[in-house]
Each structure stands twice: as structure tokens, then as C-alpha cells.
Design a protein around this ligand. Structure first.
Ligand code: SF4
Ligand code: SF4
Length: 77
């Protein structure tokens, strides 16, 4: 399964739970600050396997997980 995530950087408080829970280390802290003064979490841009652990761990529901859907192709006989 492949996917990607989006993180609402303005709602993130930089707790790091998602960074620690991701099994493929696809999330890191930004060097930038949000308007609340936190180094927010951000997706590295690749590697997500859409496991959903980050979504489940975030106390502020900042993360949306997208799963890629593979279409089956075949030849009809
Ligand atoms: S869905 Fe899973 S693999 Fe993807 S960023 Fe979140 S914890 Fe990492
Ligand atoms: S778990 Fe949520 S609040 Fe904590 S760093 Fe990740 S996105 Fe931000």
C-alpha cells in the first residue's frame, strides 16, 4: 500500500508523536515555525505506506492520510 499525508501545520503543536510512530520515518520536523511558534511536523514527500499510525497518534487531528488505489487492468476474453 502506498499513500501520502497532509499535515495542517497551523494546528500542529510539534509534540512529535507522529514523527516517532511512523514506521518508515516519513515525517520530520520543519525548520520553519507556524504562527503559534512551533516547529510543525511535515511529510518528507515520499515513503508513506498509508498505515494510518500518524493519524491515530495525533492528539490534535492534524493529519489526513491518503491511500493510493490501484486499478486492476486485464484483458477480457
Ligand atoms: S500513514 Fe503511516 S507511513 Fe504514512 S506518514 Fe503516517 S505513520 Fe508514516
Ligand atoms: S502528532 Fe499532531 S500535533 Fe504532534 S507533531 Fe504530529 S501533527 Fe503535530
Amino acid at each position: 500500500m502506498r499513500g501520502f499525508i497532509e499535515i495542517d501545520s497551523e494546528r500542529c503543536k510539534g509534540c512529535g508523536l507522529c514523527v516517532n510512530v511512523c514506521p518508515v520515518k516519513a515525517i520530520t520536523f520543519s525548520k520553519k515555525y507556524n504562527t503559534k511558534g512551533y516547529h510543525f511536523a511535515e511529510y518528507r514527500g515520499e515513503g508513506c505506506i498509508a498505515c494510518g499510525f500518524c493519524y491515530l497518534s495525533c492528539p490534535d487531528v492534524c493529519i489526513t492520510v491518503f491511500r493510493e488505489v490501484q486499478k486492476k487492468t486485464g484483458v477480457q476474453v
